[in-house]
Design a protein around this ligand. Sequence first.
Ligand code: URA
Length: 312
Amino acid sequence: MTTGLDDRQRAMLAEMGIRVWAPRAAARAPAADEQAAAPVAPQATPAGRSDATRPRAATSAAKPAPPPLPAATPPEHDPAQPAATLAPRPAGIESMDWAQLEAAVAACRACALCTGRTQTVFGVGSRRADWMVIGEAPGENEDRLGQPFVGQAGKLLDNMLAAIGLSRQADADDPVASDGTPTRQGVYIANVLKCRPPRNRNPQPDEIAQCEPYLRRQVALVQPRIILAMGRFAVQSLLNTSEPIGRLRGRVHQYEGVPVIVTYHPAYLLRALPEKAKAWQDLCLALEVAGRGASATASASASNPISDSEHQ
Ligand code: URA
């Protein structure tokens, strides 16, 4: 009896930290980098997001290393500040270019979260990406470093993306076609909220509403082939629904004409390891919809090779 997986599929699953059961004779010893990619339980936060402070390990030599995480932890801020410090969002977000949009986000004082932030967290990756990943909100590390998903959840996200050949590398590394035009590839990662909620609490409806035009414009500028909505708040914000993720998975939704695949938040996957198999299915569906990796999708969806007991 075999697992029915070829080397490429095994490598993908290993990148995600998923171990596949195999008969003893056929089982191979895990490589050192697989062990490094295995998730480490994060510190629980009120919002359930990962805020572990260990630096993220690079998942490939080509990938730019994220900036090191500072050791010092600044005091938590409470954004309950006088309303006088707030100001309406700028007009014309829907026609802003990248520079204007980034400046508008950096200067935004439309909700009380601006009073507690160290900096805004705009987004990272290729601005011509085929894939767009949308998460919830910056945590402590993201607030300090100005980049989304830099903690343990971010490490898992990077591994998941690596499993399908994507990384958060920036525009400068985009390949150029023979006519000099940058070719579309890669991934752009952004959050529903651009400012950290205090003590990592859940985003509030008014905060999501204030930030929504920025995200909408990011999507319009990137024009991705596929959006991967990770976690409850990304899903609720993009799809305007309160249905649980479990009921929304496995289908293709739409946001502004872009196909959306719903999946679990990486911080949740760190706490619920068996759900990683579902996240893998979601990635396969996204690959299929994005028109990439058709062969991997066909064999992965034919039968799920991963049973819950294999993750214990
Ligand atoms: N969780 C998110 O949803 N986004 C981040 O940037 C970090 C953690």
